[in-house]
Each structure stands twice: as C-alpha cells, then as structure tokens.
Design a protein around this ligand. Structure first.
Ligand SMILES: [Zn+2]
Length: 328
C-alpha cells in the first residue's frame, strides 16, 4: 500500500527516514513502517499484551524493534500510536481504556520515548481512524468530514474546517450517548435510549432476542452476533427484518442530528456492524430519506468507510507524520 495519494505529499519524510504507526486494539496490535516516499514497507500483527500498561509498553517497543532493525532505528523520525479509550495527547497518558481493562491513568509516551530514544505521539484510535479515512479513504478532498464507527460501541471522529476536532476534554464525538428514544431501555451510561444502547453490535442482538421472545417464536437459528441478524433479515426472517429496520431508523436519527449540527460533506460509517454492507446501507438510505428535512443539507453523503480494519494503523502513520511536521 502507498500512502500519499494527494494530501499526504507534503507529509512525506526526507531521505531515508522512516515513520512508524501502531494501532492498539482490544485484541490485536497492528504495526506498520512507512518510508520517505509514503510506501508501507513492513507490517506486523500480534495479539495485544493487555495485562498491564507495562506489558503493553514492552510489546509496543518490541513491535517497533521487530519492524525496524537496530541500525535503522535512528532513521525513525516519528512513532504514532492509536490507543483505545480517552487519551491526553499533550500529557501522553490514557484514562481507563475500558476495553483493555486497566484501572487508572497510564503513562504511555514517556517510557516509550525513553526505551526507544525516538519521538512518540499517542492519540485515541477513533482520531487516528478519522485521519485515515479523511486523507486516504472515503473522505479524501473533504473539508468537513465525520467518521462514525459502530461496533461494540458507537462514536464519531470529526474533521471540522480541515482540522481534527477533539473538544475541551478530548471526548467530543460521543454520539453514541445521544438519546434517540427516551422510552427505550437503559444504556450503560445510566440514561435511557442512547443511540449506542440500540445499534451497537451486542444491542442489535439484544433487541432481536427481546422481539423474538415477545412473539413467542422459538428461534431455531440462534444468531450469535449482529452479522447473523443482517443475514437472517436478508433471507426474509420477519423479526430480524424488523430489527434491521429499527436499527436503520435509530441510526438515521443519529445521522440527522450529526448532519444538522456539523453540515459535513461526507459521513462515513465503519466498524464491525457496518461490515453487514448492503442490507444495512439500503435500510439506512430508506430511513434517511424519511428523515430528510430542510434543516439538513441534502448534499450530505452517507457512505461506507473504505479502509476497514486498516484505518487504525494507516491513521497512526498519518498522525505520526502530521505531528512530526507540526500539522496537527
Ligand atoms: Zn448512553
């Protein structure tokens, strides 16, 4: 893969310098090295060592050393790391990344800079993913762009007026906790009917089982995940089809809220739930038409994200390059 299709041209490093990107997920750590021409020249993927921050820091250092031989380490101009949870970009720390199961604030950047002797930059993995989709994916050429990820949770990364938007406390984009149906069940955050509590993968499955129980239909096919619900709906299963319609309706309400607030050119949808593809996006298009209003610009395009699970590591590379060039 080559980075630098258009906007990254000015981010390319000089001479034989290297840029490293690392995406830390709940299950996998993905690393990549980019040369000065914007080509990815090495990749590594490992299971996440998430027992403690120290174990993860050791693993990240190991991943860097595995991709870059000791004699080339001095050529690394910037290492970018995308991490789950809330990240303090300035302090180089993370707060309770819940899907890693850590208790408190963890210092990540300083010990890595000490052990590797190279500049390290960290950010939330949603922010790295939005950079990737904006500069290398479906958001290329946009000045205002949103990337919504729907998996076990739901959140939105935002580019506003050509700049990544974080908010005052680095938690902007929590669209998953905007209420779309106040009469629905309680969300993990303590209020009723949040978007995430209805359309995240586990909650699509939960609503299916609730509906199946209500009509007392014995469920032979026993879906295990949201992908099974979309597959059942495509085969004409009436309960699954209703759950998919409701999912699309709730998402359309959330997307309209986002479009009305920010007026982006494109809203990209990624994450595990979006892997359902056509059955989700066709239902969504129908509901977006129903919700279309004079307030929301009809030119806002809602599109599937284009980089898939690669968005994390590509975004970490972009973030590393941008921070090195002081562009972000
Ligand atoms: Zn909530």
């Amino acid at each position: 893969m080559t980075l630098g299709k258009v906007p990254l041209a000015n981010l390319r490093a000089k001479g034989d310098s290297l840029t490293v990107g690392i995406d830390v997920g709940g299950t996998k750590v993905a690393g990549a090295v980019m040369d000065s021409e914007g080509h990815i020249i090495k990749r590594v993927r490992q299971s996440t060592q998430k027992e403690s921050p120290d174990a993860l820091i050791r693993q990240i250092a190991e991943v860097v050393r595995c991709m870059v031989p000791a004699e080339r380490l001095a050529s690394v101009i910037s290492i970018g790391i995308g991490l789950p949870g809330q990240v303090d970009v300035e302090a180089g720390t993370t707060y309770s990344p819940t899907n890693l199961g850590w208790p408190e604030t963890s210092i990540i950047r300083a010990p890595l800079e000490e052990v590797l002797g190279r500049p390290v930059h960290i950010d939330n993995d949603l922010n790295t993913a939005v950079l990737a989709e904006w500069l290398q994916g479906v958001g290329m050429g946009c000045h205002n762009f949103c990337y919504m990820t729907i998996g076990t949770g739901l959140a939105v990364g935002m580019i506003i007026d050509g700049k990544l938007y974080r908010g005052a406390h680095s938690v902007a984009g929590e669209l998953g906790h905007v209420v779309v149906d106040p009469y629905e069940e309680y969300c993990s955050c303590g209020i009723r009917g949040c978007l995430e509590s209805l359309v995240s993968g586990p909650n699509i499955l939960r609503r299916f089982h609730r509906e199946a129980k209500q009509v007392e239909t014995p469920e032979q096919e026993a879906p295990q995940g949201s992908e099974d619900i979309f597959a059942l709906a495509s085969k004409g299963h009436p309960i699954a089809a209703k759950v998919v319609r409701d999912t699309a309706r709730y998402l359309a309400i959330g997307i309209n809220t986002l479009a009305a607030l920010l007026d982006p050119e494109v809203i990209a949808i990624g994450g595990g739930v979006s892997d359902a593809g056509a059955p989700l996006f066709e239902a969504l298009d129908c509901h977006l038409l129903l919700w279309e209003s004079a307030v929301v610009d009809k030119n806002v395009r809602v599109l599937p994200a284009s980089l898939g699970s690669d968005a994390g590591v590509v975004g970490a590379l972009i973030m590393a390059a941008m921070r090195h060039d002081k562009l972000e």
